[in-house]
Design a protein around this ligand. Structure first.
Ligand SMILES: Cc1cc2nc3c(=O)[nH]c(=O)nc-3n(C[C@H](O)[C@H](O)[C@H](O)COP(=O)(O)OP(=O)(O)OC[C@H]3O[C@@H](n4cnc5c(N)ncnc54)[C@H](O)[C@@H]3O)c2cc1C
Length: 471
């Protein structure tokens, strides 16, 4: 409290540091040779990398810095994610963001390749370093296995029908019989409806991240390794004056024109205390990697088991690749149901906690996931867990939607946070939006209108916009 008062009483507050050395990075300084405004992006997950990629369409590489404390991506949420890309959401904004991802992935990543090759060519990257379409497609490995949401109540069916109307490509299955006809391996006895989007699917998030980062590095974007914090916030000008990066190489200080917060589950720590926090909490989620020998016998060889969201249990599962005789791999997991305690340490933006590895919640397999799988697909009784891992959801505790755009209190801070478990697929669309915002494009000028996702809605009360399709 005393510290806060002291900070507020001064026009500009410099935060204490335990650094051993401090210097301004020439690559990030606004006085560098670049004619562009300098931008520091914190976080090189899907949001941060896509922001840098889309910024490169107008900014010089020397004006863009992407800070990452975990360059191996060992703890990065996206690389630990299920890699799912779906158009089944209840808000048009979320659908549009995912549709952009699917647009990039379609036709063996034709549009993603053009985007990456375009910025590489613009920045004179040698041809040998520019990824070919085959390289992009094999890194990203998009599998269009589809999504299937199921309901077991009249209300659930009404919700699926309503949301299906927002997505023209959805096959709405209006009865248990229709579901059984299309997915004969499912127990449909308690089901009322289903919504199937066959063009949705999943990809290899680690492949996407490493491919994109490599291209950005080839272009000349700098990637200092270390933990970023707000070094200096000036409350009179309401600007972040310094981003401090502490890493093995010591402490670096950056003085960018604009800071873009793409810090995932840790986003809360990159908003000045004086400006009020953002409601992004780190919530643990476990994925189980399974093998099952018998499902292939019931289905045509080569069939794909869609990412299926089971009703009333919080459990989901999907195939990994087309089915083959003799054994197949699946992923499965679960989220708490409404009212259940969540895997949350109760603190927002707790850097130390989020920065540590997570043990999988092994008990979830026997207590929740396996019984639900067995109930829905009997031959999952044979399933064996091969492996499991856990990562942090970047959970917006207020309304589970992104918190996007200029911060309303901090003049030079842009937010791209709070994706609540669907940010891997939205990263490309959000990054394009953040780049447009940094360029000065306003409402009505951006590719997707995300003005409803602004941080101001969280303060006004009553402005919350709930997404029904949170898994
Ligand atoms: C188990 C699991 C399954 C999921 N499944 C899906 C799915 O199927 N589909 C989907 O779309 N999404 C899924 N998600 C959610 C998705 O992973 C996140 O929403 C997404 O990764 C958010 O992207 P991001 O770039 O904001 O954050 P991240 O991917 O977490 O990247 C943020 C980066 O910022 C770095 N960072 C943080 N703080 C600092 C700092 N102070 N200094 C320097 N670096 C910092 C971190 O090291 C990290 O690499 C899943 C998540 C989990 C955990």
């Amino acid at each position: 409290m005393m510290l806060l008062r002291r900070l507020l009483s001064k026009p500009c507050a410099i935060r204490p540091t335990q650094s051993t050395s401090q210097f301004s990075s020439s690559s990030s300084s606004s006085s560098s040779a670049s004619s562009s405004q300098s931008v520091v992006i914190v976080g090189s997950g899907p949001m941060g990398l896509s922001t840098a990629l889309h910024l490169l369409e107008t900014h010089s590489p020397s004006s863009i810095t992407v800070v990452e404390r975990d360059p191996s991506y060992a703890l990065n949420s996206a690389s630990l994610s299920a890699g799912g890309v779906r158009t089944q959401f209840s808000l048009p904004e979320n659908i549009e963001l995912s549709r952009y991802m699917l647009h990039l992935l379609g036709d063996s990543c034709a549009n993603l390749t053009s985007l990456i090759q375009g910025v590489c060519e613009k920045n004179s990257v040698p041809e040998s370093e520019i990824p070919t379409r085959e390289e992009v497609a094999s890194h990203v490995n998009f599998v269009p296995g589809g999504y299937l949401f199921l309901s077991s109540s009249a209300d659930g069916a009404a919700s699926l029908l309503k949301n299906s109307a927002l997505q023209p490509s959805t096959e709405y299955l209006s009865s248990a019989a229709e579901i059984a006809d299309k997915f004969p391996y499912l127990n449909t006895s308690d089901l009322t409806a289903g919504a199937h989007t066959p063009a949705d699917g999943w990809l290899d998030p680690y492949g996407l991240l490493t491919l994109t980062r490599k291209a950005l590095k080839s272009c000349g974007v700098s990637f200092p390794v270390g933990t970023a914090s707000i070094g200096e916030y000036c409350s009179s000008s309401r600007r972040i004056k310094e981003v401090r990066v502490e890493g093995d190489a010591g402490t670096q200080a950056f003085h960018p024109d604009t800071v873009v917060n793409c810090a995932g589950a840790n986003a809360g720590s990159l908003v000045p205390d004086e400006a009020g926090g953002i409601p992004v909490a780190a919530r643990a989620r476990t994925i189980f990697h399974l093998s099952n020998k018998t499902l292939a016998a019931e289905l045509p060889q080569g069939a794909l088991v869609p990412l299926t969201v089971d009703p009333g249990t919080g459990v989901w599962y999907r195939g990994v690749a087309p089915l083959r005789p003799g054994g197949n791999d699946f992923l499965a997991g679960s989220s708490p149901l409404a009212g259940e305690p969540d895997g949350d340490d109760g603190r927002v933006g707790d850097l130390g906690r989020v920065g540590r590895g997570l043990d999988p919640a092994h008990a979830q397999w026997e207590e929740r996931v396996w019984p639900a799988l067995y109930n829905r697909v009997e031959c999952f009784g044979d399933a064996k867990v091969l492996n499991s891992w856990a990562g942090w959801y970047d959970y917006n505790t207020a309304d589970q939607n992104g918190i996007v755009g200029w911060h309303d209190e901090v003049e030079n801070l842009v937010l791209g946070n709070g994706w609540s478990g669907h940010g891997m697929q939205m990263g490309m669309g959000v990054g394009r939006h953040l780049a447009e915002v940094v360029r000065g494009q306003g409402r009505g000028e951006t590719s997707v209108d995300l003005s409803r996702f602004g941080v101001a809605r969280l303060r006004k009360g009553g402005g919350l916009i709930f997404e029904e399709g949170i898994v």
